[in-house]
Ligand binder design. Sequence first.
Ligand code: CA
Length: 222
Amino acid sequence: MKKILIIEDEKNISSFVKMELEFEGYSTVVEEDGKKGLDTAIEKDFDLILLDLMLPSLNGLEICRRLKREKNTPIIMLSARDSVMDKVSGLQTGADDYIAKPFAIEELLARIQVVFRRESINDSQVIIFKDIAIDQEARIVRRNNEELNLTNKEYELLLYLMKNKGKVVSRYTLLENIWGYDYEPETNIVDVYIRYLRNKLNNENKEEYIQTVRSVGYVMRQ
Ligand code: CA
């Protein structure tokens, strides 16, 4: 049974959503306070978090930002504020989707299903790029059928780039998603790890797999 954490301080919304989700066969936990919600989200494992933006003690954006340092639980932001800026900042902090209040419950259920479908594809899939294959369940990377010995961070970095293959990923995005700390903006840790990774992938032709996009970041492009 999929477990969903609802962090929402408006009781009429949380109790309605809880009831509907349980009717659909999900198990739910409700938190009404921001800090407490974050603690629960970190301590226990959920399959999804519905996260309100305006909350007592800690707002939704901050919760999202802090939580994404710890784990990759998918998050759908709920907010009455439907400005483009809110949506952009929500998605930038790592939320998977954003839904404006008031919403129809059918719309919320549909978005939840989209997230779960995406997750189940993402997590079981073997991701392939050229002759590199990542088996996510086994956490094994092979190049040309030969297993590569990657460190944890190298693995995360490669996985992130391969999940986003064809897209240019900025250094900042990599830093946020893989290291998750507030490093100095000048830190070159991403570049250092890209170098390690390139050496392990192909020592001879370093840009064969991961290309540098000058002053932006990196891309894995065919
Ligand atoms: Ca609220």
